[in-house]
Design a protein around this ligand. Structure first.
Ligand SMILES: Nc1ncnc2c1ncn2[C@@H]1O[C@H](COP(=O)(O)OP(=O)(O)O)[C@@H](O)[C@H]1O
Ligand SMILES: [Mg+2]
Length: 254
């Protein structure tokens, strides 16, 4: 099982949307996927509600317990299970740094049952984000290219560096930075993206996911944007998202 964290300490940049789409793309490719929702907003839970005959499974805060819990994740579809966010996550940020390694250990218990584990992370630089990065083999970071959002990219890269070099997780690989919700018509944004590529080079993925209305609609309908495409704009979004998800999954398959 490979573990991919989707991380950026900014909210609203598309982390959950990307996590959900990566899950759809991976199950379509025949992978067994485990979703972990570390964000109390519970976006993943909303996208994958409990199946009619579904049993509740282990919740995310229990991954931080000293003894790895024995309970299993909750199955929501064939080849797809979830560890849902819960209220207990709120107290985790007040916990000591020593809990940072625990979710990684707890998740490895499921290594035989899944091919890919996707962790959606909360929009703050805290224990839960650190623990997600400590557990992960890979991290991908969606960013929006507005002035305020970009200011956070250096912080995030620094956090990844800390996780790698301070003994938490030397094997963490940065898949890359994915420019999200971009607006091709904005000159400022195009310039910001250019300067981002200048500054960070190959760390910026070649794919870009522009702001497209069909993405919101697809999320509201609980399906990936590439299902049930209607019209040119929708098809465009479908192709962009499909290509970006396949590219990211391809980079971690190697
Ligand atoms: N490429 C996109 N085009 C249009 N809307 C998007 C796109 N990516 C994300 N969104 C929307 O932006 C909002 C925030 O995305 P979300 O994934 O919840 O961000 P985060 O998890 O980083 O807080 C959601 O309403 C989502 O549907
Ligand atoms: Mg989210």
């Amino acid at each position: 099982m490979k573990i991919l964290a989707v991380a950026n300490q900014k909210g609203g940049v598309g982390k959950s949307t990307l996590t959900v789409h990566l899950a759809y793309a991976a199950i379509e490719a025949g992978l067994r996927v485990l979703l972990v929702d570390m964000d109390k907003q519970g976006s993943l839970s909303l996208s994958f509600p409990r199946a009619d005959d579904g049993e509740p499974g282990i919740v995310a805060s229990r991954l931080y317990e000293a003894e790895p819990p024995q309970a299993s994740p909750e199955w929501v579809a064939d080849g797809l299970a979830i560890i849902r966010a819960d209220n207990g996550l709120l107290s985790i940020d007040k916990a000591e740094n020593q809990v940072i390694r625990r979710p990684g250990t707890a998740l490895r218990r499921f290594a035989q049952d899944f091919d890919l584990c996707l962790i959606d992370t909360p929009p703050l630089l805290g224990v839960r984000l650190m623990a997600s990065l400590a557990a992960a083999d890979y991290v991908v970071t969606p960013v929006s290219v507005g002035l305020y959002e970009l200011a956070g990219v250096a912080d995030l890269i620094q956090t990844i560096h800390v996780i790698r070099t301070q003994g938490f997780n030397p094997r963490l690989k940065h898949v890359g930075i994915l420019p999200m919700k971009t607006n091709n018509r904005s000159v400022e944004e195009r310039e910001a993206l250019d300067s981002l590529r200048e500054q960070y080079g190959a760390a910026i993925l070649p794919e870009v996911l522009p702001e497209r209305a069909p993405v919101r609609k697809a999320i509201a309908r609980r399906r990936p944007v590439w299902v049930g495409t209607r019209g040119e704009g929708h098809l465009l979004a479908a192709n962009e998202w499909r290509a970006a998800c396949d590219s990211i999954l391809g980079r971690i398959a190697k």
